[in-house]
Design a binder for this molecule. Structure first.
Ligand code: AMP
Length: 392
């Protein structure tokens, strides 16, 4: 079994990894770290939870400290692009954890907050810059960031970037990057557009795929409950009790839905909050921190807000609403079953959702077992009988 010692990482990185109690590199780390240390470009097909952040951060930190790379004011030598503020913040935290003994300066920039403190950091000089595309472009247009010195570049969660409509912003950023650089490109799924973008960006990349393209996390048990729309909230509460769920992320399709469910749970005495794009950065952070430090038992989220949420020991993900886009299902259930721990993904399926469920099963190439819906309280409707047979 490969150990971190076998990967030729420097002593300061090893020390940080020991402190974090990482003993063995995950499969993507085993494959990506040597290739990136050799200076090659990389195409990584991997979802969150596989350890992909360390797979690109560790070699980048090592190369930068070996070459004594330093950023001049407003001119970062390393750039990591991520689709959401939560993910960008998480990537920064990882860089700081791993690079604790290296003395490199890192910063994150994203929208929705004042740009002043970000300007100040840039002015002082940053070696590693993590950014969401919108704010990055904004600051570039104001002349506060110049990408001429970028030698290390990572585009993370490319599929989600395109889903979120960032393609034009990304192209504008790419156009300003120097030709000579090392690039890491990561995506959980590889639709045609992602493939095209990667081909434009990468020079003879090493390809690493930690599981089959479009596959769901290996350690996640998946199950589906059929339920009438109006009974979903009762079913959720029932399952939280029946399955002894102490920590769960619940996905909804809409922001209003997320708020409604969180309120309903709180009313029933279950500590819960919601997180979505209409909430202020402060409110989102409060909810996320409350969930991380386990003051909240349930966090209800929309897909975009939940992107990249990384919570240790999260064992349950509920698809309160089945996503309409099958790839989203893969992203959602990737929140659990991370880095070797087991997880359970539970989906609620109404009759209208059957076609979505079918396309998820087709994409992931597996049938999701149907569980018997528990008998709900007196206010609940009968368990519906569907015309179309669900997989048993
Ligand atoms: P990521 O896929 O980068 O979002 O990482 C998922 C989680 O796995 C994060 O909480 C990391 O801190 C953790 N992790 C990454 N690599 C390892 C490792 N080799 N051993 C243990 N945990 C890890």
């Amino acid at each position: 079994m490969t150990q971190f010692q076998d990967l030729n990482l420097s002593e300061p990185l090893m020390r940080a990894l020991n402190e974090l109690r990482y003993t063995h590199p995950t499969p993507i780390q085993q494959q990506a770290i040597p290739a990136l240390l050799e200076g090659k470009d990389l195409f990584g097909c991997a979802q969150t939870g596989t350890g992909k952040t360390a797979a690109f951060a560790l070699p980048m930190l090592q190369l930068m400290s070996e070459a004594r790379v330093k950023g001049k004011p407003g001119q970062p030598p390393a750039l990591i692009l991520a689709p959401t503020r939560e993910l960008a913040q998480q990537i920064l935290d990882s860089y700081r954890d791993y690079g604790k003994y290296l003395g490199l300066r890192s910063a994150v920039i994203f929208g929705g907050v004042s740009q002043r403190p970000q300007e100040e950091l840039l002015r002082r000089g940053v070696d590693i810059l993590v950014a969401t595309p919108g704010r990055l472009l904004d600051l570039m247009n104001q002349g506060l960031i110049n990408l001429d010195q970028v030698r290390y570049f990572v585009l993370d969660e490319a599929d989600r970037m395109l889903d979120m409509g960032f393609i034009h912003d990304i192209r504008k950023v790419l156009a300003k990057l120097p030709v000579k650089k090392q690039t890491g490109f990561f995506s959980a799924t590889v639709p045609a557009e992602v493939k095209k973008l990667s081909e434009e960006l990468l020079y003879r990349p090493v390809r690493v795929s930690v599981s089959r393209e479009n596959s769901t996390a290996q350690l996640v048990t998946q199950e589906v409950y059929k339920v009438a729309k109006e009974d979903k909230r009762n079913l959720l509460k029932q399952l939280l009790e029946d399955l002894d769920v102490d920590h769960a992320l619940v996905f909804t399709r809409t922001k209003r839905g997320a708020d409604r469910i969180a309120k309903d749970l709180v009313k029933s005495g279950i500590p819960a909050d919601s997180i979505h794009g209409d909430k202020s950065q402060g409110a989102r952070e409060k909810a996320l921190n409350g969930f991380k430090n386990r003051k909240l038992r349930v966090l209800v989220a929309t897909d975009i807000a939940a992107r990249g949420i990384d919570v240790d020991g999260l064992s349950f993900v509920f698809n309160f609403d089945i996503p309409e886009v099958a790839e989203t299902y893969v992203h959602r259930i990737g929140r659990t079953g991370r880095a070797g721990s087991e997880g359970r993904a539970i989906s609620f399926c109404t009759e209208e959702d059957l076609t979505y469920l079918r396309s998820i099963e087709k994409l992931t190439n597996r049938q999701i077992p149907l569980r018997k819906t528990p008998v709900l309280g007196p206010t609940a409707n009968q368990i519906p009988t569907f015309n179309t047979k669900l997989t048993q």
